[in-house]
Design a protein around this ligand. Structure first.
Ligand code: ADP
Length: 191
């Protein structure tokens, strides 16, 4: 069983790479950002709650996010493993994930961070904003806020898994295929 955390700042290419990796390794891909967008699209209570934070480039509170993530994991008892994309984004989320997986007799196999420069990230997100229709992709101030939140709240998650030798960094610059090959080379070393 492989349980991978695909890590990195907003716009670093996690979503793009997760789709290909899920297919290659037969894993269930869970993107908390996609789950929130689907709730917002359906105008559910959860969606309304999330929108207030997402539109400002802030994180949705942990209890909301963790509850949603748990439901999604529980919905796949047959899974060979998971790719967590955009989760965990805080230390309490990482602790909740570790507890959830321990309860299932498994654990995180590894965390791989995509290393991309801040200017490249801003350019990629602004470019995506032209077609994504995402309310958090069109304003440079909101994008810079998301990057600041990443540095303050999310980056410590890398160190959390580094303590057990499970955090890896790969170069996130280059073509989609080149980055995919780098990810696979690392995943193939996981037990
Ligand atoms: P990106 O990685 O490009 O920022 P995502 O689609 O992963 O985009 O997330 C979009 C937004 O959804 C985030 O900026 C945040 O507001 C919210 N979000 C997603 N995942 C989480 C999470 N694990 N915890 C809190 N908020 C989250």
């Amino acid at each position: 069983m492989i349980n991978l955390i695909l890590f990195g700042p907003p716009g670093s290419g996690k979503g793009t790479q997760a789709v290909g990796l899920a297919e290659k390794y037969g894993l269930v891909h869970i993107s908390t950002g996609d789950l929130f967008r689907s709730e917002m699209g359906a105008d559910t209570e959860l969606g309304k709650q999330a929108k207030a934070y997402i539109s400002k480039g802030e994180l949705v509170p942990d209890e909301v996010t963790v509850g949603m993530l748990k439901n999604k994991v529980e919905a796949h008892p047959e899974a060979n493993g998971f790719i967590f994309d955009g989760f965990p984004r805080t230390i309490p989320q990482a602790e909740a994930l570790d507890t959830l997986l321990t309860g299932k007799g498994t654990s995180i196999s590894g965390l791989i961070a995509l290393d991309v420069s801040e200017q490249e990230i801003v350019n990629r997100i602004l470019n995506r904003g032209k077609t994504s229709g995402r309310l958090d992709d069109n304003d440079e101030g909101i994008i810079r806020n998301r990057i600041a939140v990443y540095e303050q709240e999310t980056a410590p998650v890398f160190d959390h898994y580094a303590q057990s030798g499970k955090s890896w960094k790969i170069d996130g610059m280059g073509s989609i295929d080149e980055i995919f090959a780098r990810l696979c080379a690392r995943i193939d070393t996981f037990q």
